[in-house]
Design a protein around this ligand. Sequence first.
Ligand code: ZN
Length: 260
Amino acid sequence: MAMEMEELIEETVELILGAKKVVVFTGAGMSTESGIPDFRGTGGLWTKYNPDDFTYQKFLKDPDVRKRSWQMFGMFRMMDLVQPNPAHYAIAELDKIGKLDCVITQNVDGFHQKAGVPEEKVIELHGTIKFVKCLSCGKRYRLEEITKRLDEGVEEPVCDDCGGMLKSATISFGEAMPVRETAEAERHSRECDLCLILGSSLVVYPAAYMPIYAMEAGAKLVIINVGTTSMDQYAHVRINEKVGMVLPKIVDRVKSRLAS
Ligand code: ZN
C-alpha cells in the first residue's frame, strides 16, 4: 500500500474514533461497485432513454409514458440478483460498533438495509425501488406484487383500494423531494461532527446540500470517491479510490482500536 494511502486511512480512523456523531452520505458509486449501472453514467439507463421523456409531469399526463415506465420498472427485479458489497457491510459494521448516527443515501436499491443497517437509520432521499405507491391514497405495495401483475400482462397497474394511479416509490425527475426524509437528513447533517461521503460526486441537488449543512455546522468531511467531487477542497481527508477497497480496512482498524 502506498504510504500516502496509508496516512489517509489512518487519519480517517482517527476522525471516526474522535467523532460523537458520524453521518454517512452515499451515492451511485456505492451501487456501481455491486454491478448496478449508474443510471446517469456511461451505459446507464439514461443514456438509452431520454430522462426528459419520463418526468413526473409526463407520467401523470400521458398513458404511453406510464406504459413505458412500467416496462422499465420490470428491470428493477434484477436488483434481487445483486448483493450488497464490502462497502455496504463496512457501514453496517460501523453501526454495530456504535459509530453510526445514520445513512443518508441517494440510492434506491435498499442495500444498506440488506447489509444490516437498521431501517430507521437509513434515510432514502430519492425513494426506493422496493415499493410502489398509490398517487391518490398513498397505499404502498411491495415490488414483487406489482412485477407479478406486469408478468400477467397488466400494462398499467392500479390501486386495489381506490383505483388510483400507481407509481414506483422512487423519486422521478421533476417530482418533489420527500418532505419528511429531506427534513430528517438536514437535521442529522447539521447535528453530526463527522460526515463520510462515499461514492458520490455531489452534483445532484438538493441531496448534495447535506454535506454542505454538515460543514456549515462545523463537521469534518471525509470523501471517498473515484473521480472529483464538488466539495474536494473542503474535505479533511480525500481518498480517490473505490469505497469497497478502503472502507473495510478503515472500519477494521476502528474496531481493533476500540477493543484494545
Ligand atoms: Zn389508492
